[in-house]
Design a protein around this ligand. Structure first.
Ligand SMILES: [Zn+2]
Length: 248
């Protein structure tokens, strides 16, 4: 992110080192999985296996707590993104959800927007298309040809932490947006207090699933470098995730 080539090894999780840049705090796993190995991870049996496998106690505890707070606060996960889209663009505009999974987010906005999705897993893309009201393409976003098609909002919901070339991915989002369009992201926040307290036990460190780690500062720095005009990030100390909106 800052053009430095220095890395400090900070943690060791499973078979991977977690390295952090001493200058901008951007972090990644080492060795970084190649893009060619990724589609294999998202094949139907692997997706089902991951979703049914028993998770470590700390992950299960964190999920139970999240569900509890969502209930107490009557929080609906999609609502945050729906409200963000409504804030930036008018009904009827085009929304692209990159890494849309089974289309559950697009489902909540398809009555108001023209919905498109990209999904690396053929299996999940098929589930999304079966819902109707959305056009979801299966494959690798970065090498996908959109034939000049542009969008008014692009969402990357818990996606960028899985990507080996974040700059290339965000640049592609920039190019696919109309002027005034918005890129809305949610990703793990490497700078959160939870990580500093529990260190290598932090649930955000999930190699080889989560491979790169931004914080609000270096993510906005990169978006600015790519040409986005205005950025706003929100992060809370005890939340493992952050939100970042960037307008072209
Ligand atoms: Zn750096």
């Amino acid at each position: 992110m800052c053009d430095s080539s220095e890395w400090n090894k900070i943690y060791h999780v499973k078979d991977w080192d977690i390295e952090q840049c001493p200058h901008c705090d951007f972090a990644k796993i080492d060795p970084l999985p190649t893009r060619q190995s990724r589609p294999e991870m998202y094949k139907k049996d692997k997706v089902i296996e991951r979703n049914t496998k028993k998770k470590p106690a700390i992950v299960r505890f964190s999920r139970v707590m999240k569900r509890f707070w969502n209930k107490v606060l009557k929080r609906d996960k999609s609502r945050i993104f729906r409200q963000k889209i409504e804030k930036y663009i008018a009904p009827g505009k085009k929304v692209l959800d990159v890494g849309c999974g089974d289309g559950s987010f697009l489902e909540t906005i398809k009555d108001r927007y023209e919905c498109y999705g990209v999904e690396i897993s053929d299996y999940l893309a098929e589930l999304a298309n079966n819902r109707g009201g959305m056009k979801v393409r299966a494959g690798d976003f970065q090498s996908m040809d959109f034939e000049g098609q542009k969008f008014d909002a692009i969402t990357l919901i818990s996606i960028i932490e899985h990507v080996d070339d974040p700059e290339g991915t965000l640049k592609k989002c920039y190019e696919l947006l109309n002027d005034g369009g918005v890129l809305i992201q949610k990703t793990v926040n490497y700078n959160c207090l939870n990580r500093k307290i529990v260190k290598d036990k932090w649930t955000g460190l999930r190699p080889p699933d989560h491979i790169i780690y931004f914080d609000p500062k270096n993510l906005q720095q990169l978006l600015k470098k790519l040409g986005f005009k205005s950025m706003s990030a929100s992060a809370w100390a005890f939340n493992d995730n952050m939100y970042c909106d960037a307008v072209k």
